[in-house]
Write a protein that binds this ligand. Structure first.
Ligand code: BG6
Ligand code: MG
Length: 224
């Protein structure tokens, strides 16, 4: 294991909840139904695709022009940015600071593969910007998760072969992307959203370098 590539929202910090609150705010504004189960399917996917899915679920797929959709996305992002403006290093999820230290201590490369255009601001506020050897710019990609492009780009930026990378995700689209990239997939959360993951932990505090190394060895024995 020469590199670990992190998703951001819902893995490093609880901004997955902020995305939910911001989309729910928009759904209320335009008076369409929205709930946590719909939100589950939005995790990991782009702002544009999220709005399309939300409108489809709410029965408003053809109701808005492109200009109106742009406005809705802008409003969602404004609401979201007021939430992230309050983030501090205290908002790192339990165990993440420790894991980053353990990885640095073993000279394992650290990458970020987040679909969010707000990622640089968030990791700066969390005080961990300098821990990353590579951060993928999601606006430069042709395909979002579940396509593997974002994880393959992170590996290329880190100069590590995908087979030598582990990647950590909290969403179904993300786990699929990691597996299609040929990497060791770690899922954080409930088993039902982590189909295909090579290792599943319930909470971020369970993510230790020792556990990753042990499971990595088992995975190598089984697959190579
Ligand atoms: C992903 C989130 O990390 O980023 C999605 O899981 C979000 O919920 C996507 O829609 C895009 O984020 P942003 O900040 O660019 O709107
Ligand atoms: Mg996520």
């Amino acid at each position: 294991m020469k590199a670990v590539i992190f998703d951001l929202d819902g893995v490093i910090t609880d901004t997955a909840e902020y995305h939910f609150l911001a989309w729910r705010h928009i759904a209320e504004q335009i008076d369409i139904p929205f709930d946590r189960s719909v939100n589950e399917s939005l995790k990991g996917i782009s702002r544009e695709e999220s709005l399309e899915s939300m409108l489809t679920f709410g029965g408003a797929k053809t109701k808005y022009t492109n200009a109106e959709k742009k406005k809705l996305m802008h409003l969602k992002n404004q609401y979201y940015q007021t939430l992230i403006s309050k983030l501090t290093p205290e908002n790192l999820l339990p165990g993440i600071g420790r894991l980053l230290c353990e990885l640095k201590g073993e000279n394992i490369k650290i990458g970020l593969a987040s679909s969010s255009r707000n990622a640089p601001e968030i990791i700066t506020r969390l005080g961990i910007m300098d821990d990353f050897h590579a951060i993928v710019d999601p606006t430069a990609l042709a395909n979002g998760k579940p396509d593997p492009e974002i994880f393959l780009t992170a590996a290329a930026l880190l100069g590590v072969s995908p087979a030598d990378c582990a990647a950590i995700e909290d969403a179904e689209a993300g786990i699929s992307a990691i597996k299609s990239a040929g990497m060791f997939a770690v899922g954080v959360g409930h088993e039902e959203s982590m189909l295909g993951a090579d290792l599943i932990v319930r909470q971020s505090r369970d993510l230790t370098l020792e556990l990753l190394n042990e499971e990595w060895e088992q995975y190598r024995i089984k697959h190579f």
